[in-house]
Design a protein around this ligand. Sequence first.
Ligand code: GLN
Length: 270
Amino acid sequence: MNSEQLELTIGWLYPTLMSTYGDRGNVICIQQRLRWRGYKVQIMPLDQNSTIADIHSVDLLVGGGAQDRQQEIVMRDLRGAKAEALREKIDTGTPGVFTCGAPQLLGHYYEPAVGLRIEGLGLFDFVSVHPGLNARRCIGNLVIEVTAKRLAEELRAITGSPAYVIGFENHGGRTQLGQVEALGRVIQGLGNNGEDGTEGAFYQNAIATYSHGPVLPKNPFIADWLIQTALRQKYQESISLAPLDDTLATQAREAMFKRLRVNVPTALKL
Ligand code: GLN
């Protein structure tokens, strides 16, 4: 199929309430990588004004971070039929990347530092609890290696090497995984809870992570995996993506690994 005939719609969850630390950069990154390759792309905000049909119409999902207060507003809106529609999308393999506050809301619940527990959608089998205003926030650069089995294999097929993801975390909540697979293991930083060495989660084709940064421009191979997966889901055939010149991203990654003194395996293609 010719790329000009193909089109993807990115569903952007609550853009005005959930986009801390440049998380909108993830939307821009996917949009631009599609455009560079000649695909058509639409951005559909999914928020208080959206219908169930809007949610069903998207091919890819992006959700950013938020403060506790905004998370509460979002969860008041994301109930009933809307919650069901989003649940169905993710359950049936719509790919997505959800950062920090967004995955907290897709887990069973988030307990903020102040106020009542916010019930989540229960899509990811994990819970997130803020240990209180006096607890140290988890802030700083974050480097992980993707360990979620299928994702690691599919990313390896794109890059030819293990997937090292660079991000920046800033969260008070601590996440404890249930049966869901972790996204990766922490190499530098704190990740889900600063204790068990896990970071994020991977369910169906949904990536949950504490990595802001925003994470996709810093790790463009994840953007390409999302695009490839969305195209496969929509058009029911495997479409290989034209390579792009990622020299600047590669140089930025090299600089970060050096600065953070991360020993990358010699096999790593950045
Ligand atoms: N409010 C959440 C926390 O502190 C999420 C923060 C964020 O999305 N950056 O854990």
